[in-house]
Design a protein around this ligand. Structure first.
Ligand code: AMP
Length: 285
């Protein structure tokens, strides 16, 4: 396993592999690796000759009042997880390497970003697509792996790859959960013990909403209301949003006649958690 900090070195290593006819599976992360990240690495390992993991807490995708300074980090732990998962290259750049000077060109995400997290975190997806454009050009992935936990991110990356013709296959990997259903997240470490006990309510509420859509012919706003009431009853976390939209287009729907996402974000004292469930009419009839 090789740790690379410089862009030109990573770019050369990746270009040499592609030139030699090898495939590269690329897993971009912000580190503090857990089993969710490991699932992405496992998939990448299975499907490619080489695996590149990037660890970079991208300041561009954090708002002014967000948790950039408190984002958990543990590089020694990450290196051992990477080794265990047979990663070939870790790209581990510093801020001054990624953004040596202010960018001259800014990207704007005009679709799929003005709802859900994009609405609560203005500029977030602009930061995501900017860093990914750089990382794709540095790591030359054949395939890139993203978690369905961040379903809106998957939808935006899908649009990025299509709009800008990156020759990359996007692979979306199901959410890995704790035993009580809470989606694994680097941010879970910032929950108090009581918050940790309550947080599985987010997924339970979403499943309740989905099952209401299945068993009763409720209107969308009723499904959202019932989901909200369930989550509010079970946790003192403050709901940021609960939305039901088409997926991956992320447009409003009147009825569930195509694949949809029911998604929620909840604020706790030191962490904002997100989760979702994606389902199609076939799944609920
Ligand atoms: P992050 O380090 O939080 O930016 O996440 C890096 C990648 O891991 C993203 O594609 C996430 O969607 C994915 N990921 C994070 N948590 C999970 C999880 N619980 N299950 C599956 N993938 C995840």
């Amino acid at each position: 396993m090789k740790v690379i900090k410089e862009i030109n070195e990573m770019q050369k290593a990746a270009a040499d592999l592609i030139q030699a006819g090898k495939t590269i599976g690329f897993v971009p992360t912000m580190g503090y690796l857990h089993e969710g990240h490991e699932r992405l690495l496992e998939e990448a390992r299975k499907e490619n000759d080489f695996v590149v993991l990037s660890i970079y807490v991208n300041p561009l995708q954090f708002g002014e009042h967000e948790d950039l300074d408190h984002y958990p980090r543990n590089i020694e732990h990450d290196l051992s997880v990477a080794r265990k998962n047979d990663v070939d290259f870790i790209f581990l750049p510093e801020n001054k390497t990624m953004y040596p000077s202010p960018l001259s060109i800014e990207m704007v995400v005009s679709k799929r970003a003005n709802v859900l997290c994009g609405r609560s975190r203005p500029g977030h997806f602009e930061g995501v697509v900017t860093v990914l454009t750089k990382l794709f050009n540095i790591c030359h992935p054949t395939r890139t792996y993203f978690g369905q936990k961040d379903a809106q991110q998957v939808a935006v990356v899908d649009a990025l790859i299509q709009d800008f013709n990156f020759p990359i296959q996007l692979v979306s990997v199901p959410t890995v959960r704790e035993e009580d259903g809470l989606a694994k997240s680097s941010r879970n470490i910032n929950l108090s013990p009581q918050e940790r006990l309550e947080a599985p309510a987010i997924q339970k509420g979403l499943q309740k909403g989905k099952s209401l859509a299945k068993t009763q012919n409720l209107e969308i706003k009723e499904i959202i209301k019932e989901t909200r009431q369930f989550i509010e009853r079970e946790t003192r976390g403050k709901i940021d949003y609960i939305e039901l939209l088409s997926y991956p287009e992320l447009e409003p729907v009147e009825v569930i006649d195509r694949q949809v996402i029911l998604a929620a974000a909840v604020y706790y004292e030191n962490a904002r958690l997100i989760d979702n469930t994606v389902f199609a009419p076939g799944d609920i009839s």
